[in-house]
Design a protein around this ligand. Structure first.
Ligand code: PLP
Ligand code: COI
Length: 352
């Protein structure tokens, strides 16, 4: 590992005022892939990237990324949550996008070194963390469509607050019925840059009407609930938790997986199934749907107050965050801050 020291460090922000993804720390990690292999990792002061205008990422979007978090717990320990699972998913995305695999153990080690250097940037206020953005982009200088022969992997770090509104301000979600995000056989399951580019117009229009995000329906039948822009979704129906099954077109959310396991262990029934939006509305009208919430690394557990589909507005738990979302949020927070033992093997304590 090569380390280039910064001559000047930035001032740390007021942790109680953090927004999402606007500030970045002093250092970043970089590693280049050329001639079929990854080169030496370098940690250097945060800087702009210099790319030739014909770099392939700029034209054909061979780009993938991850989102993970480091937390500071009540005893001041720095804790990484399921980082290895993010790196494994990065490799799955790389496979789908015809990009090179990484050695997850080595990369995990490099990222831990970076976080160790940046440990003073990990905030401790409620709903704050240090967000990690591992990213891989195609850097070959060529304009023909093919798999790039060179890549850059980098990791930047950002001290963050809530992604949407925070736990106590439930989101307003619009069910998108014009645009779709991903079809089975496409790239929906990969965390690739194009998935997000294609989703911005719908979210932009929804935001103009006062919504926070859109809920995507499947691209074939336009009836089955998929996910929200940056989170998987869960509903509480008859006291049970249901969440869309993984069909290949939605992201295999790590928070989704964590909540399914944790909530089952607490005693909740959690079912993964295809959820038809018309059935959901019928159940809602029958008074059976008591909560909806989104879940994701950035979004954590984000209660949804209203869901609008065409002219129908469903209001969950009187528009307030609900008790099941609270249990999921608290349980996740307890595990990530090691207030309860980590029986799942999800935690890495820095320096241990
Ligand atoms: N769905 C999409 C489209 C996302 O971007 C994210 C965020 O990463 C999620 C779901 C939630 O996934 P995870 O819990 O792994 O962050
Ligand atoms: C995350 O939750 O880490 C994400 O990647 C969502 C993001 C698009 C902000």
């Amino acid at each position: 590992m090569k380390f280039i020291k910064a001559t000047q460090l930035k001032d740390k922000p007021d942790a109680t005022k953090l927004k999402f993804g606007q500030l970045f720390t002093d250092y970043m990690l970089e590693m280049n892939y050329e001639n079929g292999q990854w080169g030496e990792p370098v940690i250097s002061p945060y800087h702009d990237l210099v790319l030739a205008p014909e770099s392939m990422i700029l034209h054909y979007g061979q780009g993938i990324f991850e989102g993970a978090k480091a937390f500071r717990n009540d005893e001041g320990k720095i804790i990484l949550f399921r980082l290895m699972d993010n790196l494994k998913r990065l490799n799955l995305s790389a496979e789908r996008m015809c990009m090179p695999q990484m050695d997850t153990d080595k990369v995990m080690g490099y990222i831990l070194e970076l976080i160790d250097i940046e440990r003073d940037w990990v905030p401790s206020s409620p709903e704050t963390s240090l967000y990690l953005r591992p990213t891989m982009i195609a850097t070959e200088k060529a304009v023909g469509v093919h798999a790039s022969n060179s890549y850059k992997f980098f990791v930047i770090l950002s001290p963050v607050g809530p992604y949407i509104n925070g736990f106590n301000n439930p989101a307003k979600i619009y069910v998108e019925d014009t645009y779709t995000r991903a079809a089975v056989g496409g790239t929906g399951e990969a965390k690739c840059v194009g998935n997000y580019a294609g989703s911005i117009l719908a979210a932009h229009k929804a935001k103009a009407k006062g919504y926070n995000e859109v809920l995507w329906l499947d691209a074939k039948d336009r009836q089955y609930i998929e996910e929200v822009g940056a989170m998987n979704v869960m509903f509480v129906v008859d006291g049970e938790i249901i969440t869309p099954t993984l069909t290949g077109s939605i992201l295999r959310g790590i928070t989704r997986d964590s909540i399914i396991k944790m909530m089952r262990d607490i005693g909740y029934t959690v079912r993964e199934e295809r959820i038809n939006i018309n059935d959901l509305i019928k159940w809602y009208d029958e008074g059976r749907v008591t909560e909806m919430f989104g879940c994701g690394t950035a979004a954590v557990v984000s209660p949804v107050g209203t869901l609008t589909y065409k002219d129908k507005v469903c209001v969950f738990n009187n528009g307030k965050s609900g008790p099941v979302a609270r249990v999921a949020f608290d349980r996740l927070d307890d595990i990530r801050k090691l207030r309860v033992p980590d029986k799942y093997g999800w935690i890495t304590v820095l320096g241990k």
